[in-house]
Ligand binder design. Structure first.
Ligand SMILES: CC(C)(COP(=O)(O)OP(=O)(O)OC[C@H]1O[C@@H](n2cnc3c(N)ncnc32)[C@H](O)[C@@H]1OP(=O)(O)O)[C@@H](O)C(=O)NCCC(=O)NCCS
Length: 169
């Protein structure tokens, strides 16, 4: 199996919505129009994974708090992982990890910490994020509707910040 990774375009929105419906049925899956808006927004970056001509995964990040137009020195921004998803037939083959690496490279260029929400009990996603340096920082009770599951908020420090793990990592 040869997987190709590249940026998504709005033409991919319908297929993303189809995958979303399958993976997030009880968490208010985004419709195609939602993906179109997200992919087209200036402050977001979306990537897809293709197996030949079929889109089998996608991931997106929002880059926020950019420096002002005045050029004045401003604190680094922050980023928020919007989603990472891989169709069941292609999971556990490294695709989610590669998609997340692309998002983290964007966050690294942007600067500042990276945040995300993950459903409590989603062990695959929790393991993926922990492997990539995220730590749990808060709980949002009953965040996912209609299921009513809690969200775990995770944060990843900017590379080289050295203000945790004793500065050793
Ligand atoms: C979470 C998800 C994106 C992972 O994608 P994937 O392509 O299967 O992940 P990878 O193969 O790249 O695995 C990377 C790491 O994730 C973790 N992981 C992935 N699947 C796992 C599973 N079923 N159980 C435990 N850990 C798992 C492991 O730490 C793995 O590293 P390893 O292979 O060195 O053990 C995928 O399971 C998915 O799409 N789930 C449904 C949608 C979802 O929940 N998205 C996250 C929303 S917050």
């Amino acid at each position: 199996m040869r997987i190709g990774l590249k940026p998504l375009t709005v033409a991919d929105a319908a297929r993303c919505a189809e995958i979303e419906k399958e993976l997030f049925a009880d968490e208010s899956p985004w419709p195609a129009a939602g993906f179109e808006q997200e992919i087209a927004a200036e402050h977001t970056r979306y990537f897809g994974a293709w197996d030949r001509r079929e889109l089998v995964g996608y991931a997106g990040i929002a880059l926020m708090g950019s420096p002002t137009a005045t050029g004045a020195a401003t604190p680094a921004g922050e980023s928020e992982i919007r989603t990472v998803a891989v169709v069941p037939s292609h999971q556990q083959r490294g695709i989610g990890g590669h998609l997340l690496d692309l998002l983290l490279a964007e966050a690294g260029r942007h600067g500042g910490p990276v945040f995300l929400d993950v459903r409590r009990g989603n062990e695959a996603a929790l393991a993926l994020y922990r492997d990539h340096g995220f730590v749990e920082v808060a709980i949002r009770p009953r965040y996912y509707q209609p299921a009513g599951a809690d969200a775990i908020v995770m944060r990843r420090e900017p590379a080289g910040s050295g203000d945790w793990a004793g500065g050793a990592g």
